[in-house]
Design a binder for this molecule. Structure first.
Ligand code: GAL
Length: 763
């Protein structure tokens, strides 16, 4: 890979720098303050096109020359952008046929960025030309260490429905299907008599009166991804003519649904990602962890770069909450823990005008007299001590299946229930595993999964026969597979696999599904006799090799299997036929106080109220004192309660949990921990998964509260406390990276705090 890592040493720290919004005298202040904050990398020139090329073919690089030289003199390196996400006004005027058209046929106005058709040949020419000018001019500038092509492909113009796009789509279809007969077969066009006589007759899936061919919609979604990738490749290849520095473009994993980042993964030299917390969510730090794990997985496990996040509030959500004290630090270090070699923000200095003037920045409107600025400086100093983590890897025993095509397909119109939601199910499983302190990778269902102890497919509605075989082979070879309802239903064209549901998964799961019984809104059904509750979905499962672990005891499928297990030699395949909630111990991370600030040590009651009112998470919001006790004391008294058994031989040192497992297998063959409704956090999905994790031999820290994020990256252990109470973690010994203290035994992480321990001797 060309030239990665980008900096001679250390974690990259900085952000988007938009000096063109400021008079030049401010630039000198900027670089002085960047040095004070420990900034070593900025992304420059992202929105500069109209300044660099004020009229077609007329260039002015004076300002960019001066700022790059100034940064160079100050030792700040540059991630140099091509400005092609925001074409100049003259471009739009000169090429009206390059304008973006939405699904309803509206021509989208200018006065904003991303307002162009991704298939426009005029755009391709103009973007290629400016990229060439920039690359040839700055390729050997000593400040430039990497290239930042465009900005967030597909963020606001993922799909364009203009005639130029329609023509390009037809060419793409010719390439994919070969002849129109094959297209008709793939899309099932005999339905409603929608057969095409030629490719010329195909239109993009513009607004239709009623349900539209789903094959058409899926192929259009794929085509749109490829149109953006083609734009990226053009610029990347232009740059490569002049430079062998790494080329990236900033992804938006997982919050840009139209972009299939598995398709993008091989295109960039280093994966970089932008991530913004959803301020409406009390558990935003779990979604952040999911995003970081998915980004690492898209990067193939290699280190990646956090290209943007925020120091505080964004400006584009309905309610833009400032981050709580300590939250920026926790967020930043969580990204590093999960594989990022950079902590970069949008943006360096807060804008005074334009659409984003209320967005936080490293240097806020309040200036250097602010707590935020102090935090930015402190974070820079801490990251300076974390350099040895760079390049190291995160290893995971568990993988979650994530497929953007399944995401798209599941959410097309006319499904059995409007409550089917790809993100909801993936996040439920992810949260349950996060709260069990299990770090996961994400995988495409066709990927090599043989190295994982457990693979979970939470929402694999669209699953090709080849991918299903991959999952089957995995379980047969001794792997442990968990599949959630409404998976394995259709192929890549959204055609139902033949025979009873779940088509291509019937054999591996050892069952079939005779009828779906989606539940009414807010309806629940009980299963088992240990307090498990299903939402959204029930269905009639017929066993064919699998055995029932839990039956529905209520609802349309009462007396029939709800959780099943199919033993396959050394491996097994489980099936969960309803939506179980992850359940939590009780403390809510978003309210973690900053112990260094007196006024913040008390929980924020307004936030607590929000949490308590969140009925979807409902039953476990009251903290369980018995569990907190486990967190701060070592019930086994052996000083090693939190250790990972695979690494230290402490296979199960939490008596409470050991007791569950020691109950043995229940009458249906699953280890007894599935019955641990009495243990805090053990109900619902967590309880089910805990039993399966044990069966699959997945080691993990024991006896910790579920607000403590525990991640191992190479020789470093990151302990991030999202809760209100101090947490003592036993069995992690080594050197504290931030305080240089030796930790021979227990490490106590303060509320809201982060401790990073580098293990002695790199063991
Ligand atoms: C990103 C974008 C930045 C800025 C930021 C604000 O999506 O790349 O340019 O707009 O959002 O949160």
């Amino acid at each position: 890979m060309p030239g990665y890592p980008v900096l001679p040493e250390g974690i990259a720290y900085g952000g988007d720098y938009n000096p063109e919004q400021w008079p030049e005298e401010v630039w000198h202040d900027d670089v002085r303050l960047m040095r004070e904050a420990g900034v070593n990398l900025v992304s420059l020139g992202i929105f500069n096109w109209s300044l660099l090329e004020p009229a077609e073919g007329v260039y002015d690089f004076g300002r960019l020359d001066r700022i790059i030289d100034l940064l160079d003199a100050s030792g700040v390196k540059v991630d140099l952008a091509t400005p092609t996400s925001s074409p100049p006004v003259w471009f739009r005027k000169a090429h009206p046929d390059s304008r973006l058209v939405d699904r309803e046929g509206h021509v989208i106005a200018g006065g904003s960025r991303h307002s162009f058709c991704p298939s426009s040949p005029h755009y391709a020419t103009a973007a290629g030309r400016i990229a060439e000018r920039i690359a040839s001019r700055y390729a050997s500038h000593p400040a430039v260490v990497m290239w930042h092509v465009h900005n967030e492909y597909g963020w606001a113009n993922a799909q364009c429905y203009c005639e130029t796009s329609a023509e390009a789509f037809r060419d793409w279809l010719r390439e994919r299907h070969g002849d129109v007969g094959a297209l008709n077969t793939a899309w099932g066009t005999t339905f409603w008599g929608l057969t095409y006589g030629s490719f010329e007759e195909v239109e993009p899936p513009r607004v239709a009166p009623v349900g539209q061919l789903t094959g058409l919609q899926l192929d259009f979604a794929r085509f749109c991804v490829d149109a953006h990738i083609a734009n990226f490749r053009r610029e990347r290849d232009v740059i490569r003519r002049f430079s062998d520095l790494p080329v990236t473009t900033n992804f938006m994993i997982p919050n840009c649904r139209p972009m299939d980042y598995w398709r993008w993964a091989g295109e960039v030299d280093v994966v970089s990602n932008d991530h913004y917390l959803d301020a409406a969510r009390a558990d935003g730090h779990i979604e952040l962890a999911l995003a970081a794990d998915l980004t690492r997985s898209v990067a193939g496990g290699r280190p990646w770069m956090l290209m943007e996040h925020s120091t505080g509030a964004v400006n584009w959500q309905p309610r833009n909450l400032a981050k709580r004290p300590g939250e920026m630090r926790r967020n930043s270090l969580a990204h590093v823990a999960r594989g990022s070699d950079s902590v970069l923000f949008f943006q360096w200095r807060a804008s005074r005008y334009g659409a984003e003037k209320f967005h936080s920045a490293m240097l806020p409107h309040a200036g250097t007299g602010s707590e935020l600025w102090n935090d930015v400086v402190a974070l820079g100093a801490e990251l300076g001590k974390l350099g040895r983590v760079r390049g190291s890897r995160v290893e995971a025993d568990v993988a979650l299946v994530w497929d953007w095509e399944s995401y798209w397909a599941l959410e097309l119109e006319w499904r059995p229930t409007a409550d089917l939601d790809f993100r909801e199910r993936v996040e439920a499983f992810y949260e349950a595993l996060w709260r069990e302190h299990v770090t996961v990778d994400f995988v495409h269902p066709s990927a090599d999964i043989s190295g994982y102890k457990l693979v979970v497919a939470p929402s694999s509605y669209l699953l090709t026969e080849a991918s299903a075989k991959n999952l089957h082979r995995y379980a047969e070879a001794g792997g442990h597979l968990v599949v959630s309802y409404f998976s394995g239903i259709v192929d890549e064209n959204d055609t139902i696999h033949s025979g009873p549901y779940p088509g291509v998964l019937r054999e591996v799961l050892g069952l079939s599904v005779e009828e779906f019984h989606p539940l009414r809104e807010n309806e629940t059904v009980a299963l088992g006799d240990h307090g498990l509750t299903g939402r959204i979905w029930s269905e009639r499962v017929r066993l064919a090799g699998a055995h029932a672990v839990q039956d529905f005891t209520e609802g349309p499928d009462a007396g029939h299997p709800a959780v099943t297990c199919h033993e396959l030699g050394a491996g097994a395949a489980w099936y969960i036929a309803t939506a179980l909630d992850p359940s939590r111990d009780g403390d809510d991370g978003s309210t973690a106080p900053d112990p260094s600030r007196d006024e913040d040590t008390a929980p924020d009651p307004s936030r607590d109220e929000d949490t308590a009112l969140d009925s979807s998470r409902g039953s476990d919001v009251i903290p369980d004192p018995s569990h907190d006790g486990d967190a701060v004391s070592d019930p086994a008294g052996d000083g090693d309660a939190a250790l990972d058994p695979s690494r230290d031989g402490e296979a199960a040192s939490d008596p409470a949990r050991d007791g569950d497992v020691a109950e043995g297998r229940d009458s249906h063959g699953l280890p007894g921990a599935i019955h641990d409704g009495g243990v805090a956090g053990g109900r619902e999905l967590r309880g089910v998964l805990r039993a399966i994790l044990d069966r699959a031999g997945v080691s993990r820290p024991r006896g910790l509260p579920d607000t403590l994020e525990f991640v191992r990256r190479g020789d470093h252990v990151f302990l991030i406390n999202h809760g209100h109470e101090p947490v003592t973690v036993r069995g992690v010994s080594g050197t504290g990276v931030f305080d240089d203290a030796e930790y021979p035994g227990p490490v106590t992480v303060p509320p809201g705090g982060v401790t990073v321990v580098e293990r002695a001797g790199g063991a």
